[in-house]
Design a protein around this ligand. Structure first.
Ligand SMILES: [Fe+2]
Length: 219
């Protein structure tokens, strides 16, 4: 009995997690639709957006069936996946290569969800919530179908089209990576600044705040 109580609590937490994940996807998918060039990809993503809205409402039903109030719990996994997708869109021109990248990002989201729904479905069964298991199973099947559709789109043209784009970016790769490092790693930035600050401090009293005004970034 105690075991079941624990699994029930775990399941509620996991439902909250995926509830947050699905709601994030409802916001993120329209951005992927907008960024994609292939009409088939747009259709697939748009179709999955509608399904995702349904997944949200199925989860609300699942909460109710389990006697719980629908609540979200921040899903760091999906937050990361969504953020990577947003970065890709920001850094890329529209075209087949971005389409291939969008598929990769969307499939990451799908695989995450497939893992979660598979687990939740089994937990629901173990807890005797067959009605909940059935709801989760419908969603799981749609996630798998969406994933398969994305693979099909990649394999039947988008990857091939992405290959034939002009590839004069190779030389710039190094420079781009450096830029990214600057952007994405405030820690490395501050560690680079520190010697400068130390150097500035070496020849002047600590209270000379002029050099600090330039380097100090408020942290
Ligand atoms: Fe979903």
């Amino acid at each position: 009995m105690t075991g079941n109580t624990t699994l029930q609590r775990l399941m509620t937490e996991e439902l909250r997690d995926i509830y947050h994940a699905e709601r994030q996807l409802v916001k993120a998918l329209p951005k992927l639709v907008k960024a994609s060039t292939s009409p088939d990809l747009r259709d697939a993503l748009d179709n999955h957006l509608r399904e995702t809205e349904e997944h949200v409402s199925r989860l609300e039903q699942a909460f109710e069936l389990m006697g719980e109030t629908p609540k979200t719990k921040s899903c760091a996994g999906m937050l990361g996946i969504v953020e990577e997708g947003a970065d890709l869109i920001r850094e890329s021109d529209k075209g087949p290569a971005l389409d291939a990248g969008l598929i990769a990002g969307a499939q990451r989201a799908e695989h995450y969800e497939i893992a979660v729904y598979g687990t939740l479905m089994n937990w629901a069964k173990a807890l005797g919530h067959d009605d909940v298991a059935e709801l989760l199973s419908s969603t799981l099947e749609e996630e798998k179908a969406a994933d398969a559709k994305l693979s099909e789109l990649a394999e039947t043209g988008i990857n091939e089209a992405a290959k034939s784009g002009t590839d004069d970016e190779e030389e710039e790769d190094g420079a781009e990576e450096k830029e990214e490092d600057d952007d994405e790693s405030p820690r490395s930035r501050s560690s680079r600044k520190q010697p400068q600050m130390a150097a500035a401090g070496a020849g002047s009293s600590r209270s000379t705040s002029k050099s600090r005004a330039g380097n100090g970034r408020g942290r």
